[in-house]
Write a protein that binds this ligand. Structure first.
Ligand code: AP5
Ligand code: MG
Length: 287
């Protein structure tokens, strides 16, 4: 399983990545963590990255691409990995595509965590307070001022990746405003659907059989990951919930999974869920 977690600072990438590590036995590759370790160790990479990270700017592409390229080759990444905080720019995404192609690997899912900007500061401040309470060193970039810069960098350089991956029919979006537990469940449904679509495709005979570089369609995955009766996981085509106020524009062609559905949608979904399939067909035939 190879997954990208995409989202602004504080959206929950690290939190969900750790849960995926436990659930799937794959490694978390967090460029932020690796860079912080390099800064702490005073390596040449750390020395180059230190001030840029402290200011909330992105470090140059060549540094992070090099880090990821080396890390993917490590034996513990053979079973799969979760990319947390990488790629963050289009050149990084293109470099990752090349890298995976050369290694004959394929991405299973790009999962975007959608969170209102208004809650990000609270989350980052809470994380800083909890870190301080444990007697650990607080991240140099966990301040309101630096968070403003990190968000600006996210909007300018990372948000275009939403289109990059939705244009390539790879992107699945999860409502990151739900509780940590609910977000985990929504991601789990997506990944279960990915595995199921994968197994189904590999059972197909002849040229339709999947090769190492092919992938199930994102539409099929969103459909399989959708559980309308609970109103939590909905694809855009099924009339997924409107995005919350202040959230940015919805991604083009990105099926939304794990989106909170408004009461009206939930009610309709529950109603549809209860109706026997035969009756529905008959009714439609009459109409
Ligand atoms: P990085 O370390 O990747 O930081 P980030 O992307 O800014 O994100 P965070 O780690 O702050 O947030 P998160 O999404 O992981 O949220 P978390 O789970 O912790 O990067 C740091 C810096 O390194 C960058 O600014 C850049 O300089 C450099 N860098 C890294 N990668 C780079 C790259 N590829 N290219 C260039 N430069 C790069 O959650 C936050 C808090 O919220 C926690 O307290 C958590 O408990 C809580 N929380 C999580 N989910 C929920 C929820 N659903 N509800 C309520 N609370 C929640
Ligand atoms: Mg993180």
């Amino acid at each position: 399983m190879r997954i990208i977690l995409l989202g602004p600072p504080g959206s929950g990438k690290g939190t969900q990545a750790q849960r995926l590590v436990e659930r799937y036995g794959i490694v978390q590759l967090s460029t932020g963590e690796m860079l912080r370790a390099a800064v702490a160790a005073g390596t040449p990479v750390g020395l180059r990255a230190k001030d840029m990270m402290a200011s909330g700017a992105l470090v140059p592409d060549d540094i992070v691409i090099g880090i990821i390229s080396d890390r993917i080759d490590q034996p513990d990444a053979r079973n799969g990995f979760i990319l947390d905080g990488f790629p963050r720019t289009e050149p990084q995404a293109e470099a990752l595509d090349d890298l995976l192609k050369r290694k004959n690997m394929r991405l299973d899912a790009v999962i975007e965590l959608r969170v209102n900007e208004s809650v990000l500061l609270q989350r980052v401040e809470r994380r800083a307070a909890e870190t301080r309470a444990r007697g650990e060193e607080v991240r140099a970039d966990d301040t309101p001022e630096v968070l403003t810069n990190r968000l600006a960098a996210y909007r300018a350089q990372t948000e275009p990746l939403i289109h990059y991956y939705s244009d390539r029919r790879r992107l699945l979006s999860v409502d990151g405003m739900m509780t940590i537990e609910e977000v985990t469940r929504a991601i789990d449904r997506i990944l279960t659907a990915v595995v199921a679509a994968d197994n189904q495709a590999s059972r197909k005979p002849g040229p339709a059989r999947r090769n190492a570089a092919s992938k199930p369609t994102v539409k099929a995955i969103a459909k399989a990951a959708t559980k309308p009766a609970k109103g939590r996981v909905r694809s855009a085509r099924q009339g997924g919930a409107k995005r919350p106020a202040k959230a940015r524009k919805p991604s083009r062609a990105a099926p939304r999974a794990g989106k909170r559905a408004p009461a009206k949608v939930k009610k309709r979904a529950a109603r549809v869920g209860r109706r026997p399939a035969k009756k529905l067909t008959k009714k439609r035939a009459k109409a």
